[in-house]
Design a protein around this ligand. Structure first.
Ligand code: PRP
Length: 183
């Protein structure tokens, strides 16, 4: 969906489809260099990471394996507890493998910090994170993010996998949602 179709729901367009693709290509070049000569498993975190996984995997000019996890915080109001449960686990045994978690946004950082320690306990060769967007709270979290597309303000952003009540995920651009939509 083009963002023009929901223009009145948005305060602004934060990143256009073209800017997103250019950023992903830039990140892909760094990933290629860092994992040169190594096998790599990229792990997407459902559902938001579907778009960035699809584009990142295709931007990488090398073989990668892809796997998926689905996780959920316990209860909607307890996200800050950092307690996460696995709804869908990896199909892959990651022991002795390089793992790169790919996500579209790190907000509080709790999901990804939990995920990194969970995957690290399975004996991989390495676990790292690539995220397209990162919010300020996550900058303060003790989670080491190896690849960041953009640091963004603490605003409600939608599009390119990011939703509000499951809508806007299929919007090509990333935009700031207008308060009248969610308040
Ligand atoms: C988003 C995103 C991250 C998580 C980050 O997923 O994909 O996994 O939130 O938030 P945190 O840094 O505060 O932990 P969400 O829970 O919205 O699920 P979704 O991907 O299915 O939309």
């Amino acid at each position: 969906m083009d963002s023009a179709h929901v223009e009145s729901d948005l305060v602004n367009i934060l990143f256009t489809e073209e800017q997103i693709q250019a950023k992903i290509a830039e990140m892909a070049r760094k990933i290629e260099a860092d994992y040169d000569g190594e096998e790599l498993l990229v792990v997407g975190v459902l559902k938001g990471a579907v778009m960035v996984m699809a584009d990142m995997a295709r931007a990488l000019n090398r073989h990668v394996e892809m796997d998926w996890m689905a996780v959920s915080s316990y209860g909607s109001g307890t996200k800050s507890s950092g307690v996460v449960r696995i709804l869908k686990d990896l199909d892959t045994d990651i022991q002795g493998r390089h793992v790169l978690i790919v996500d579209e946004i790190i907000d509080t950082g709790l999901t990804l910090s939990w995920l990194v320690s969970n995957l690290a306990s399975r004996g991989p060769k390495s676990v790292a994170i690539a995220t397209l967007l990162r919010k300020p709270d996550a900058v303060a979290m003790p989670v080491d993010v190896k690849y960041v597309g953009w640091d963004i303000p603490n605003e409600f952003v939608v599009g390119y996998g990011l939703d509000h009540n499951e809508k806007y995920r299929n919007m090509r651009d990333i935009g700031t949602l207008a308060p009248h939509v969610y308040s």
